[in-house]
Design a protein around this ligand. Structure first.
Ligand code: ATP
Ligand code: MG
Length: 483
């Protein structure tokens, strides 16, 4: 199902949600509010927790903003918190934990927001309104003053929240030129909250997209990961594509919009990809139920080899030979550019590379050997490969879809059966390196590796051989090799 923005909220519901959430977090906000007020400082709950309270979402991570300077905040937290940390001190933030609550308190900032600025102090502000004005979106620019609980909403955030729309407090052009990462954040919040963006925001994103290039790959990546792991990634991705941001941060995605051939016979790969992503999300309970970035990103990238491998055949059909292998290479490059970890890169790349393998299974003709190789090649990505392969079926032909699903069920059952018999996941040859050296009377070296590989291939083809048969096979291989 395409992801449309959700219906409007009623203001009365919003007010009730906030009141309920403030009661739930009362142990924190009442005590902290009193402590800061008694010391002559202002304190307010701000940003994400206020927005999410209005949406009826609860968290135990609470962000505050204060007139107190970091040293003063730190002093006020000692004696109240179980632990205090100050990694964010240069940006005005002191963090702490008390029981189940994580708290971050940041001194008011003013003027432009530059989280990478190495100049602390200079832009500390002295008013809550000033602090709210430099925030990214109106729905994030609301606060609740403590201990009195007055809601501060100078930019109409409540109305925007009820309409589920992202708008900047000031002109979007100014906001995005202060910090171009906010354009990525717009797409991320669209995906997380199911919101749309205001026309002005969309226009500014489109006009200013290329400014994103001044932002570090790591920060872009972090927003992309949050977007992909959100409940409505289609909304965020569509926004990135339509504004031209995707062409800069993930160009493989818009490149999937291939023109259809004149007979409209092959599907739009881009639309197919978004559907595969959503179907992979629907299968996530197989992976533990939490949003799984690797699985989702593999779904997004599985066909990126198609544009480059597309060939029009004379009979009017289209082919994409080796788009799995080509796609895996493209995926690796993109993930390296975005500074993903090697583990994440290896996992996603492997899934892209293997996503087609099942289609050689036909109606179950694979030998046991082919099934063993499938499991072995998938390694620790096997469960995700099951998800990707099942998700990668977007045919409207229900009978065909049902047949594919049944065939895959069958393959999984075979894997199950073989696994029980053979501990497939940890397939090793019947003899280990030491035994090989002993039998052949040789020391460590290249031959041992070659012999090991030979025995592993036999093991894949025939299942367990047993030690005696393996020994015979090894000696036969060695004799043939020496002659
Ligand atoms: P999350 O649930 O992901 O933590 P959040 O709204 O708390 O959502 P954060 O990235 O933690 O988002 O930022 C906290 C608050 O700080 C935001 O709500 C917003 O008000 C402000 N903020 C963060 N980054 C920026 C930015 N780049 N520009 C302007 N304001 C920002
Ligand atoms: Mg936050």
């Amino acid at each position: 199902m395409p992801d449309a923005p959700l219906p409007h909220l009623q203001l009365a519901d919003v007010q009730r949600s906030v009141a309920e959430e403030l009661d739930r977090i009362a142990p924190v906000i009442d005590e902290l509010g009193r402590r800061f007020a008694d010391a002559g400082h202002e304190l307010a709950l701000v940003g994400g927790p206020v927005r999410d309270a209005m949406l009826g979402r609860h968290h135990n991570d609470l962000d505050f903003t204060t007139s107190a300077r970091p040293e003063q905040t730190e002093r006020l937290l000692k004696g109240w918190a179980d632990a205090v940390w100050d990694m964010g001190r240069a940006f005005g933030t002191i963090g702490c934990r008390r029981g189940e609550w994580q708290v971050e308190i940041t001194t008011y900032r003013s003027e432009s927001y530059d989280p990478t600025s190495r100049k602390p102090d200079v832009d500390f502000g002295d008013s809550l309104d000033g602090d709210l004005g430099r925030r990214d979106f109106t729905v994030n620019a609301m606060a609740v003053r403590l201990p009195g609980r007055q809601v501060e909403d100078p930019y109409g955030g409540v109305v925007d929240l009820a309409h589920r729309v992202l708008r900047t407090p000031g002109r979007p052009e100014d906001s995005f030129s202060d910090d171009p990462l906010r354009m990525m954040r717009a797409a991320r919040f669209a995906a997380q909250l199911g919101f749309s963006v205001d026309d002005g925001v969309r226009e500014a994103m489109t006009a200013m997209a290329e400014r994103i290039s001044i932002i570090s790959a790591e920060r872009v990546r972090d927003e992309l990961v949050k977007l992909v792991c959100a409940p409505h990634p289609r909304l965020g991705l569509t926004l990135l594509v339509e504004t031209g941001l995707a062409a800069l941060v993930l160009p493989e995605l818009p490149a999937l919009m291939l023109e259809r051939d004149e007979h409209h016979r092959h599907k739009d790969v881009y639309e197919h990809t978004l559907t595969v992503l959503e179907q992979a999300i629907d299968l996530e309970d197989r992976l533990g139920g939490e949003p799984d970035f690797v699985s989702r990103f593999a779904a997004l990238m599985h066909d990126v080899g198609k544009p480059r491998t597309r060939r029009f055949v004379e009979d009017g059909t289209v082919t994409f030979h080796h788009h799995d292998v080509v796609g895996a290479k493209i995926t690796r490059k993109r993930m390296q550019a975005l500074r993903f970890s090697n583990d994440e890169i290896d996992a996603v790349t492997k899934l892209v590379e293997l996503h087609l393998r099942f289609h050689g299974y036909g109606s179950g003709e694979w030998t046991d050997s082919a099934v063993r190789r499938y499991v072995r090649d998938a390694g620790d990505q096997l469960q995700r490969l099951h998800v990707l392969t099942r998700a990668d079926c977007t045919t409207r032909n229900q009978r065909k879809a049902a047949r594919l699903a049944r065939t895959y069920d069958e393959l999984e059952e075979r894997i199950e059966r073989l696994s029980e018999e053979e501990e497939l996941a940890s397939i090793r040859p019947d003899l280990d390196g030491n035994q090989i050296m002993g039998i052949l009377g040789i020391g460590p070296g290249r031959e041992v590796g070659q012999a090991y590989h030979h025995l592993l291939e036999l093991r894949m083809d025939h299942g367990p051989l047993g030690e005696d048969r393996a020994r015979e096979e090894l000696l036969a291989w060695w004799a043939a090799r020496s002659s």
